[in-house]
Design a protein around this ligand. Structure first.
Ligand SMILES: [Zn+2]
Length: 312
């Protein structure tokens, strides 16, 4: 998808200048790192799961400018959070206290691309961004400091943190889907992911990605009957720990999801007033009625119950 770009000298000069001056990328925090930290306002916070930041080899850096095929630099794909969501971008990043006041939603997406490396390339090329990518082997990639407003969920961008979970996505029952191309029968009895790609860029060597449930999961989202393969056990383990960590850093992200009148998971877009009040873990489909991600397969009760258990 990403067209090859032949760099000429002026373009390299512009590119270098942008790298030097055009972004706020700070050096990595000076503190020691175990490899299981997220970066918030220039500081490390423990996440309890492997996080590859944009500073690391093999990481994904959303601060990096993207060149269009004609050599021009694409517009910025993120901006600083602001106290007034409709106001101009501030000159300085908000401090931690300011961020804790602003950030109250953790938005779950699936990427439909199946792998985090593909997802990052597509986001960059579309001028979009997201704070975290969660690959099939459970590796979390952080692409931006959480003080940045990533462009992933329209009206929720200023108040939210976003994650794209690698998964092929959900499809209407009976319609065409890519499952037969991407999954093969597994010796263990279920299926495993077999990406039709030369380099799937999965960080764990020889990793075998099996969905947490062997059969595709069918369910209703936004009134549509959809089918989807579940996320991997490694993705659940990482997502649970990351969710617990985000709650500790941002207490307004409560460990709960949007509920219907009976207290069950709401399976459609939230009414505007309820969304405005909601602080917690939320699906992209709760925010926009043209979205169905993270789809019917996501095990919300498992995620929330286990993230709560980590707080005890
Ligand atoms: Zn989404």
């Amino acid at each position: 998808m990403v067209g090859a770009v032949i760099l000429n000298r002026p373009v390299i000069a512009i590119f270098s200048l942008l790298l030097l001056t055009g972004c706020r990328t700070l050096p990595p925090p000076a503190a020691e790192r175990t490899g299981e930290e997220i970066i918030v306002a220039g500081q490390y916070f423990p996440a309890g799961t492997r996080v590859v930041t944009w500073h690391e080899p093999g990481g994904y850096n959303a601060y990096q400018p993207v060149l269009a095929p004609d050599g021009s630099v694409r517009p910025k794909n993120h901006g600083l959070r602001r106290a007034d969501p409709a106001g101009p971008e501030p000159a300085e990043p908000p401090d931690l206290a300011g961020l804790r006041d602003m950030v109250d939603q953790f938005v779950l997406h699936y990427d439909t691309l199946g792998l985090s490396g593909r997802c990052f390339d597509i986001l960059q090329n579309r001028g979009l961004s997201v704070h975290f990518l969660l690959d099939v082997d459970g590796t979390v990639y952080q692409t931006l400091d959480l003080q940045e407003r990533a462009w992933h969920a329209t009206i929720a961008n200023n108040r939210s943190i976003g994650i794209e979970i690698a998964n092929l996505g959900a499809y209407p029952v009976g319609e065409k889907n890519p499952f037969a191309v991407w999954y093969v029968a597994d010796e263990a009895g279920g299926v495993r992911l077999s990406p039709p790609l030369e380099n799937p860029r999965i960080r764990t060597p020889d990793f075998i990605a099996r969905p947490a449930r062997a059969e595709p999961v069918t369910g209703i989202v936004q009134g549509k009957e959809l089918v989807q393969y579940d996320f991997t056990p490694e993705q659940y383990a990482a997502l649970i720990r990351l969710t617990g960590a985000l709650h500790r850093v941002f207490p307004k992200i409560r460990l709960d999801y949007p509920r219907d009148a009976d207290g069950a998971l709401l399976l459609e877009k939230m009414p505007q007033a309820a969304w405005a009040e909601f602080g917690g873990v939320i699906g992209h489909f709760h925010i926009q009625d043209d979205k169905v991600d993270p789809g019917p397969a996501l095990q919300w009760d498992r995620l929330i119950a286990e993230a709560r258990r980590l707080q005890q």
